[in-house]
Design a protein around this ligand. Structure first.
Ligand code: PTJ
Length: 266
């Protein structure tokens, strides 16, 4: 469907159309992935559809953690591959992170389609496809438990954009640091992760790449300082406060609403 370019939310609607027409049709994104995207859109609306200052600080901390990691891994699902495949490849190059396909709705076909998409975006090595996902995260019941022994299983830091909750806890139990990207600051993943970037992956991924690129040129001590001063709970609370403020200002505006020339009493 063609979105009128002057629509006030044209960008968000174009992203949605791209997911439906280009990627859901091919099986990259699942029906549940589209629902997850819609949930994200609702939170994005409340965050003003822009990267907030707490998100920027979390992005900087995420970049620092990836650069300091010995074995960083980026976990890619259908939505992430559809929305930001090229940014993920750039981020992996800058941070030397491995890319692993890890799906909730797992099928070999989907793994391969997503692998191809990442290859087309420039990825040289993609872990976790088919028999390569031979290790197990035993705490997990879902198909996400199958991981690559050279990737998520061995990683010390895992970036998990658009996650489904249980895995974050399991990865933390295994002693890994988890960086989440989730528009919902109240989700289990957001609440449990070591670093939570409350932002749309479409905006956060290029910003994470730029932050890593800049920090890489600096003394590694700078990354340590950033991590030492970052407090995920405080950062999440700031995002929740921003949503609260937005809702309060929307409620204020409602007070001035008129219907049929009459002021609407609330
Ligand atoms: O491709 P698969 O099979 O691995 O499936 C992926 C989905 C997304 C279906 C799976 O991981 C899932 O069910 O996720 P959830 O539990 O619905 O959680 C997704 C979270 O991501 C929700 O909290 C959303 O608010 C958030 N979200 C959705 N779209 C975006 C987002 N966060 C950042 N950027 C987005 N574009």
């Amino acid at each position: 469907m063609k979105i009128p370019p002057d629509h006030p939310r044209a960008e968000s609607l174009e992203t949605r159309e791209k997911l439906i027409e280009k990627y859901a049709a091919k099986g990259v994104v699942t029906p549940a992935g589209l629902i997850a995207h819609g949930r994200g859109e609702a939170f994005d609306y409340l965050l003003g559809e822009k990267t907030t200052s707490p998100a920027l600080r979390a992005i900087e901390a995420g970049a620092a953690a990836m650069l300091l990691a010995e074995k960083p891994v980026i976990s890619v699902n259908g939505n992430v591959a559809a929305l930001v495949a090229e940014d993920i490849v750039k981020l992996s190059e800058i941070t030397t992170a491995k890319i692993e396909v890890n799906l909730f709705y797992r099928s070999l076909d989907r793994e391969k389609i997503i692998g191809k998409l990442l290859e087309k975006a420039g990825a040289k090595e993609i872990l976790g496809i088919g028999r390569h996902a031979s290790a197990r995260i035993h705490e997990l019941g879902s198909e996400r438990r199958r991981v690559d022994p050279a990737g998520i299983y061995a990683a010390d830091v895992v970036l998990v954009p658009l996650e489904d909750g249980d895995r974050t806890q399991a990865l933390l139990k295994m002693g890994k640091k988890v960086i989440a990207v989730d528009l919902n600051p109240l989700s289990r993943t957001a609440q449990k992760a070591s670093i939570t970037i409350v932002d749309n992956i479409v905006r956060a991924a290029p910003k994470l790449t730029d932050a890593a690129d800049e920090l890489k040129r600096e003394d590694p001590k700078r990354c340590q300082e950033i991590l030492a001063s970052f407090n995920n709970r405080k950062n999440l609370n700031e995002s929740i406060t921003l949503i609260n403020q937005k809702l309060s200002s929307l409620a204020e505006k409602q007070k001035d609403l008129t219907v049929g020339g009459k002021r609407l009493e609330l």
